[in-house]
Design a protein around this ligand. Structure first.
Ligand code: SF4
Length: 241
């Protein structure tokens, strides 16, 4: 990778580094304070994130896509909303730990509104937080805030799902072949043979024995069509390898 490309990829890190450097030169006391705060958060993240990544990988590897889709997917309905609410409520740890989990759930077919419910309950009404809130601010305060926040979360989940399209969320890893094109694959056990992919892109997909099959590798010009097909496949059987 060229230096310019590497710098482009890490521009946020470089900007933060430059700010630190200027603080060291012009305001050393602030630089020390910033360094102490950063160290605290880095240590906290190092303690939490490995566990979250392992947990996410285990869920990704062990829990079949079908189960995730039934529990959180487009057809999960009220059940999906309730499960998402419970999952967020019983969670522990800071909100940034929820992002890799949610990314994995989207990748496996969870719908946007359920992700909003998980993230929001995790952030503002998880049970350990409520217990502390009741202790410091009183039971009535906690209960009223919980009810109003819960109502807001469901309204917000509905609105976000109407505004944000799933295909705008970068859930796939940026792996690619030598041409920089991500390879796609079809999970035949999930394919229900609806023929949608063939209809949308007959030069790449073909139904053979009732299952979608790749008949040609896609090129750079097909990428946006492929993204649409991946998102439209009702069984979420198409994805990047
Ligand atoms: Fe199978 Fe999905 Fe293609 Fe339908 S759209 S045939 S379910 S891969």
């Amino acid at each position: 990778m060229s230096i310019a490309k590497c710098m482009r990829r890490n521009k946020l890190l470089l900007i933060v580094g430059a700010i630190y450097l200027s603080l060291v030169v012009f305001k050393t006391d602030k630089a020390v304070q910033a360094f102490e705060n950063s160290s605290y958060y880095i240590i906290e993240m190092l303690q939490i994130m490995p566990v979250i990544f392992i947990l996410t990988s285990l869920i990704e590897a062990w829990i079949p896509r079908e189960v995730i889709m039934n529990s959180f997917g487009e057809s999960s309905g009220k059940k999906g909303a309730v499960i998402s609410f419970l999952l967020g409520s019983v969670s522990a740890g800071p909100i940034y730990a929820a992002f890799p989990v949610c990314k994995m759930l989207i990748k496996k077919g969870a719908k946007i509104s359920n992700i909003v419910i998980i993230l929001s309950t995790w952030a503002v009404i998880k049970v350990p937080m409520l217990a502390n809130e009741a202790k410091f601010l009183g039971l009535k305060f906690m209960a009223v805030r919980w009810i109003l926040t819960t109502i807001s979360i469901f309204i917000m989940a509905y609105l976000v799902s109407k505004i944000v399209q799933k295909d705008t969320i970068p859930v796939e890893d940026k792996k690619g072949n030598n041409d920089g094109i991500k390879k796609i694959g079809i999970s035949k056990q999930y394919c229900i043979g609806c023929g949608l992919c063939e209809k949308l892109s007959p030069e790449i997909f073909k139904l053979i024995d009732g299952k979608a099959t790749l008949i040609k590798e896609h090129t750079n010009t097909d990428v946006s069509d492929i993204e649409i097909i991946i998102n439209k496949c009702p069984a979420k059987a198409i994805g990047y390898e």
